[in-house]
Structure formats: structure tokens, C-alpha cells
Write a protein that binds this ligand. Structure first.
Ligand SMILES: [Zn+2]
Length: 269
């Protein structure tokens, strides 16, 4: 089975849920599903809907809880998520940068409870909600904000969604190579389609060797599609692009298998 660490529940319609699960079944994929909270550009159901869907299809869906990193947060909410059965956390649209002091207890709990955290990084489309919240989203969700978190919580598994997007590719790649507990997916808005094999090879290669036959940097990638319940085909597109991209670069089969699910499976099962 493959594991797609980054998909979104954006509907509570039972037919759409069933259709999404059928795509998982057909492609032999387990999907980590999460809401993206109340301040994203689309409407998402709340965490209880994520849990309900995952409990209905436990073979194919793994629930991640959206954590509302706002101007106040009680870290005990993370214990509650773990008790409820969530297997990971999703962070996006924080009030402060991800590495603010206020959020450190949240990550400390996640590390103790062995809950991987998926952080949105990079591009975020402007929306009407921005004028209400007045928060700087690109700055708050710059991959560099994950440096402090990775250093402070070495046993926390961190997934940098979108590898920083086109805004921060180089920094994002250096960061995942630097921190053993920091990983990335190539998901989002077709941005993985924009990545050329030679570029990815140079970002994730060794800065010393011209030809990095260890492919060590590639061990820090995970399959993540950013698919939606209403658009499950994105899951299939992502898998196709990951495969072609990685094969074109010459990444060995065993590392591709790690990326497509084996690495994440070690954290989630
Ligand atoms: Zn996403």
C-alpha cells in the first residue's frame, strides 16, 4: 500500500466520501485526511467530520487534526486529539510564525504522543478572509520557521507541505537535508508538475559531490497530493508525476518505495 500524507476533507457528502475511498482502493493508497480550518481559501468541515470519515473507512483513511495556532492556544487540545484517535496534526494559517514561543508546548505534546505534524509552507492565495485577520501568511508559513521546531523536538516527525513552493524551494530543500526529522511533500496546485527533474536533483543532491549516488536527500520526500474529497483524481495524478519525476532522476526503487509509503508507514502504524 502507498501512503498519501496530504489530502483534504472538503465535503461531508457520503457519495463524495465513497468515491474518494474507491480511488484509494483502486490505487492501493491509504490517505491521511485533514481539514484546513476556518481561515483557508476554501470551506472545510471541522475535525469531527475528519474523524467520522476515518472511522467509517479505517482501512483507507487516517485522520489528522487541524490545530488552530491562533493568538491563544491550550496545548491540552493535543492530548484530546490523541485520545479521540487522530494520528497526526495539520497546521496552516497561524496567527504568529510557526516557531513562536506560544506554539512550542503544542509541538512538545505532539512529540510525546508521536503525532507527525503536517505544516503548510509557501504560497497561499489571497482571499477575502485576509482583510479580516490581517495576518502575514507567507512570512508566517516560510519553511525557515520549521528550523527551530526541528531542533527543539528531535523526535517529532515534521512534514513540510509543498517543499516551500516556488517562493522558497532552495531554503526548503536545504532544511530537509539539514534536519533528520524534517521531511517534505511535493503537493499542491499542480506545483509538483512545475518541478523539473534536473532542478529537484540539484536541490536534493549533495552540495559537495557532483553526482550524489547516495540519493540521501530523496529519502526526505514523502508522497503527498493535496487531493480533495471532491477531486480524488489529483491523488492519481500526483502518484504518476512522483513516479516519472523520480525515475527520470534515477532514484533507486527502494528509495521510491520509501517515498511512496514505507517511511510514513513507520510513523503511522
Ligand atoms: Zn493542503
Amino acid at each position: 500500500m502507498k501512503i498519501d500524507v496530504h489530502t483534504h476533507i472538503n465535503s461531508t457528502d457520503p457519495e463524495q466520501l465513497e468515491n474518494f475511498v474507491k480511488t484509494c482502493e483502486k490505487s492501493e493508497t491509504i490517505a491521511c485526511i485533514c481539514s484546513a480550518g476556518p481561515r483557508s481559501d476554501h470551506e472545510y468541515p471541522a475535525n469531527d467530520a475528519t474523524l467520522k470519515a476515518a472511522k467509517q473507512y479505517p482501512e483507507f483513511l487516517i485522520p489528522f487534526a487541524f490545530v488552530d495556532l491562533w493568538d491563544k492556544i491550550d496545548a491540552d487540545v493535543i492530548d484530546k486529539f490523541a485520545e479521540q484517535g487522530f494520528k497526526g496534526l495539520k497546521c496552516i494559517t497561524p496567527y504568529y510564525p510557526y516557531d513562536h514561543d506560544l506554539y512550542m508546548p503544542v509541538y512538545e505534546k505532539a512529540e510525546k504522543l508521536k503525532l507527525p505534524v503536517l505544516f503548510h509552507t509557501g504560497a497561499f492565495r489571497p482571499s477575502k478572509k485576509d482583510a479580516v485577520t490581517r495576518r502575514p501568511l507567507l512570512k508566517n508559513m516560510n519553511p525557515l520557521n520549521l528550523d527551530r521546531i526541528a531542533r527543539s523536538f528531535p523526535d517529532l516527525k515534521i512534514i513540510m507541505a509543498h517543499l516551500g513552493t516556488t517562493f522558497f524551494r532552495k531554503e526548503a530543500s536545504e532544511l530537509i537535508k539539514l534536519h533528520p526529522n524534517l521531511y517534505a511533500d511535493l503537493a499542491g496546485n499542480g506545483s509538483w508538475m512545475a518541478i523539473q527533474p534536473a532542478e529537484l536533483a540539484s536541490w536534493l543532491g549533495s552540495c559537495i559531490m557532483e553526482v550524489d549516488s547516495t540519493f540521501a536527500g530523496f529519502k526526505k520526500l514523502l508522497l503527498g497530493s493535496d487531493a480533495y474529497f471532491t477531486a480524488p483524481g489529483i491523488m492519481l495524478d500526483a502518484q504518476k508525476y512522483y513516479e516519472l519525476l523520480l525515475r527520470r532522476i534515477g532514484v533507486p526503487r527502494d528509495i521510491i518505495d520509501d517515498i511512496m509509503g514505507k517511511t510514513a508507514s513507520g510513523w503511522l502504524f
